[in-house]
Ligand binder design. Sequence first.
Ligand code: SD4
Length: 301
Amino acid sequence: MKWAVISTWKMSFAGNVKAAKMLAEGGNCGDAIIEGVSMVEDDPGYSSVGYSGLPDRDGRVTLDGGYMDGDTLKVGSVGCIEGFRSPVRIARSLADKEFNNFLVGAGAEEYAEANGFEKRNNLTEGSYQRYLQEKDKIKELNSYDGHDTVVFVGRDVSGTVCTAVSTSGLFMKEHGRVGDSPIPGCGFYADSLIGGAGATGVGEDANRGTVSYRAINKLKEGKTAMQAAQETIDEIMERIENCRHMSIIVLDKDGNYGVATNCAFPFVYASDECEPTLYLATRENGKTSIRQIRPEEWSKD
Ligand code: SD4
């Protein structure tokens, strides 16, 4: 494959189309996937990323984002950042720094403001209403049904692999909680010599399994992208008691994809050989089964 891009959930479809177009025109992988992720961040119709994200227990929308360049292994992340438009863009700018490349909370906000990143109140009326409905319930934290983290992994014509991620994390999390998404090796990873990976699901479990790096290691051992994804999910389900929802996307350095899940997980894949296509992955008899679906077949994000 000359180029390829894979992204999580149906909500990433329009962003995948945009990223695919950029890659097809010879665009840089980082630029293409950042564009894809930030389209999801900007869309108030999606309630688990960026604008209109899921509030925490204090009714605040705090966001996590990460970016990794597989050529240099440079990585940048923000955690628990509030009041800014695009965590993934802030994360990418941090990847250029030799030190201080993972900032959280007030420190991340100070950096974003000092560096001219656009501010935005991400608590929309929709997010607030969702919060009001849940705030008095004692709720077990779980991945929000059908509305989750957006991860893009891409490979451009020059062979560069990058991964980018953005999320509001778990609905009704404690203020200050950070999941797997901005943590390199857990929520995302990229190495142009091997491939890239990213996770969506309950971050506490993804962190325990360092799932993205686990998948990359399997690629390095010579497994296919599909085997790497499946073995990663199998291992953490075996090793973590009551492992909750978890899905992983993998792209090898040649642009072949692998996906595995323990729930129902839509994703989008495009390459120079295949236009952006929506698939649904499910777990059947202990293995991931994947089929192409029409957008109408999946009513959630
Ligand atoms: C987190 N992994 O913060 C994210 C949330 C997610 O499906 O992906 N939910 O734990």
